[in-house]
Ligand binder design. Sequence first.
Ligand SMILES: Cc1cc2nc3c(=O)[nH]c(=O)nc-3n(C[C@H](O)[C@H](O)[C@H](O)COP(=O)(O)O)c2cc1C
Length: 202
Amino acid sequence: MNELNVLALSGSLRAGSFNTALLCAARKLNPGGLVIDIHQGLGRLPLYGQDLDTATPPAPVAALRARVGAADALLIATPEHNASVPAALKNAIDWISTAPDRLLHGKPVAIMGASPGPFGSVRAQLALRQILAAVGAETVVKPEVVVFGCDARLIGDVVTDPHSAELLRELLDALARKACRTLVNCPEQHRHHVVSLREERP
Ligand SMILES: Cc1cc2nc3c(=O)[nH]c(=O)nc-3n(C[C@H](O)[C@H](O)[C@H](O)COP(=O)(O)O)c2cc1C
C-alpha cells in the first residue's frame, strides 16, 4: 500500500458549496500520501427509516457504506444549519452507523467547516464531534479548522488565507497520523509518524 484512502463528505448539497470547495482545497493542498476522494451522493440517500434499513438497503446507502468501509479515513466539511449539523449529513451518518459491521467504530475522521458568517461552522462542528463520539469514531481533536468569512478566504478551491491554509495542512497531517495508528501497513510517506508515536510511549 502506498497511499491512505480518504473518503471526503460534504455536509452541503448546494452546487456552489463553500464546504465542498473546502474539500477540493484539501485535495489540492494535500501534503502527499493521501488520496482524497469526494463522495457526491448524500443527496440521493433516502431519509433514514428503520423500515428501509434491511439486509438489502437502498442502493445509495449500500454504495455509501461500501465506500466508507473501504476508506482508511474520512474527511468531513460541514456547514452550520441553525447552529447544528445539516440534516443531510446527520442522515448520512445515521445510515452509515447502522451497517452491520459498525463501520464508524474506530474510523479516523477529521472535521472542518466553512461559513460566510462570523461563526464559521463552529457550532456545527461541536455537534458533529458529539455525533461521531456516539458512533465510536476516532475524531482528530486538533487543529480546529473553522473558516469563518469564507466568501473572502476561500476562492474556488484555494484557501487564500495563509493561516487557514496552514491549519488545513496540519489537519490532514493529523488525520494521516491517526490513520497510521490503526493500519498495519502504513504507507511509506507516513511511517515516521508511527515511529514517533511508538517512541512517545514510555
Ligand atoms: C437553513 C440554513 C440555516 C443556516 N444556519 C446558519 C447558522 O446557524 N450559522 C451560520 O454560520 N450559517 C448558517 N447558515 C448559512 C450557511 O452557513 C451558508 O449558507 C453556507 O454557505 C452554507 O454552506 P455551503 O456554502 O457549503 O452550502 C444557514 C443556512 C441555511 C440554508
